[in-house]
Ligand binder design. Structure first.
Ligand code: SF4
Ligand code: SF4
Length: 432
């Protein structure tokens, strides 16, 4: 929850114009084997085995899908250890010692543009599935599932809004790799048959708009537009993005595909490019280290599996003792607060924020209604909180707690410092 006195825009400003640090060589990577979505896994490598960069070493199992597990370095398998992942849960991770040779697996080869140009929807979907591409904006949802839709898709929207305060990793990605984003978008349009592509970005990001408009000239055989959106939170919430970018309202609880839209986060779009063009799984990502208790806030291009503790050291460490700080993985509104920094970077880790810890002691609800007025999906956070306290599942269903997008606004505006979002999250879990 943001309780800092400094203006949040100051902190985006601190990192967004700094060159991205290319830190790609940790001595060890820790590849998470299970996730919140995939409780089970198989590991097809044992201690001492040599693995290559981009080699499949196992498989995760979700409810309706499986996901290959890839090594993000070349080196040796050492052990399976427990770490915290980007959703704040403890997961099992395979520790791989980096040999610093970056020996790529034989499968990692470029596809000529002429081959890609003639690929069918099924072929592109299969690559996205095989390479384990997931929503890198934080959702972790398998990207191929959306792409495999049988609905008529008219528009693909790339969400480059990055509305959470303090985060600038998507901003840096667009500045560093604009061509990858446009190419990824054309691959998604080719697979889905969409006639229009839209890249949605905040209208206040004039430097980014310049970059995108320069790049668009190279893709003039495609119908691609830049949508300039208002700068407010949560403009990056998919439904809000669609409404302002292309004027289509997607009611909460329905799927964008039903309205002929496919939406992807901008980092996911770049990873789809890497999968189709280079046959690469997600081995690296842009990540923001920021907050008022880290000495050198910056963006880092980091290998998946890197220890967050190392990234903090690279950022000159904490400006406070460990017991006086709070580490958040993800944005300040939707991220999770973790017990310590023994966390590993997964494909969905957008940022690591470190703040001076503040007193979060809750006071009684004063029934001001601020949480209700601020809720973007028009549910009643305070009533849901009270139903959670009463363990009243019937009311939770009636109050449609499951519509909550966990944007964090109800907690942010609460005058009594009540962790309202946590209660609503609990309510969602209670009704499944
Ligand atoms: S987190 Fe709170 S404000 Fe946001 S959608 Fe859920 S209930 Fe509404
Ligand atoms: S904002 Fe906080 S104090 Fe106001 S009604 Fe909601 S829970 Fe109660």
């Amino acid at each position: 929850m943001i309780t800092r006195s400094r203006k949040v825009s100051d902190y985006k400003q601190l990192t967004k114009e700094l060159p991205t640090l290319r830190y790609v060589d940790p001595e060890y990577v820790y590849i998470n084997l299970n996730t919140a979505r995939c409780k089970e896994y198989t590991l097809n490598a044992k201690k001492g085995d040599r693995v290559k960069l981009g080699e499949i070493i196992g498989e995760r199992k979700g409810l309706f899908f499986t996901q290959p597990i890839y090594s993000t370095v070349s080196g040796h398998i050492e052990d399976v250890v427990e770490k915290i992942d980007s959703t704040g849960i403890t997961v099992e991770c395979v520790r791989i010692k980096n040999d610093f040779k970056d020996t790529y697996h034989e499968d990692i080869t470029d596809r000529p543009d002429s081959v890609i140009h003639n690929m069918s929807k099924e072929e592109i979907v299969e690559i996205v599935k095989e390479k384990g591409i997931v929503g890198l904006g934080g959702s972790g949802f398998p990207s191929y599932v959306k792409l495999d839709t049988d609905k008529d898709i008219h528009t693909v929207v790339i969400n480059a809004v990055e509305c959470e305060p303090y985060l600038s990793s998507d901003y840096r990605l667009i500045k560093d790799q604009p061509e990858d984003i446009f190419r990824g978008l054309t691959y998604i349009m080719q697979a889905s048959g969409a006639k229009r592509g839209v890249i949605a970005v905040k209208k206040t990001k004039t430097e980014l708009i310049e970059v995108l408009e320069r790049e668009i000239a190279r893709f003039n055989e495609w119908n691609i537009q830049i949508a300039k959106l208002d700068d407010y939170y949560p403009q990056g919430w998919e439904n809000a993005t669609f409404e302002q970018a292309i004027g289509v309202k997607v009611p909460v609880g329905t799927l964008p595909m039903d309205k002929g839209i496919l939406g992807y986060n901008v980092s996911t779009c770049a990873s789809i490019y890497e999968a189709v063009k280079h046959n690469l799984p997600i081995t690296k990502r842009h990540l923001t280290v920021n907050g008022d208790a880290v000495k050198f806030p910056q963006n880092i291009r980091v290998r998946v599996g890197t220890s967050v503790r190392e990234l903090i050291k690279l950022s000159d460490g904490y400006s406070e003792e460990a017991d006086k700080i709070e580490v958040i993985i993800g944005g300040p509104m939707m991220g999770v607060s973790v017990e310590n920094d023994d966390v590993v970077v997964t494909p969905t880790t957008t940022s690591v924020l470190v703040f001076h810890s503040v007193d979060h002691k809750e006071e009684p609800c004063v029934r001001c209604g601020s949480c209700v007025f601020s809720c973007p999906v028009d549910i009643q956070p305070v009533s849901i909180m009270n139903a959670v306290k009463r363990d009243d599942t019937v009311s939770l269903k009636e109050l449609e707690a499951n519509k909550c997008i966990e944007c964090g606004l109800c907690a942010y505006v609460c005058t009594s410092k009540i962790h309202v979002t946590d209660y609503v999250r609990k309510g969602k879990q209670q009704i499944g």
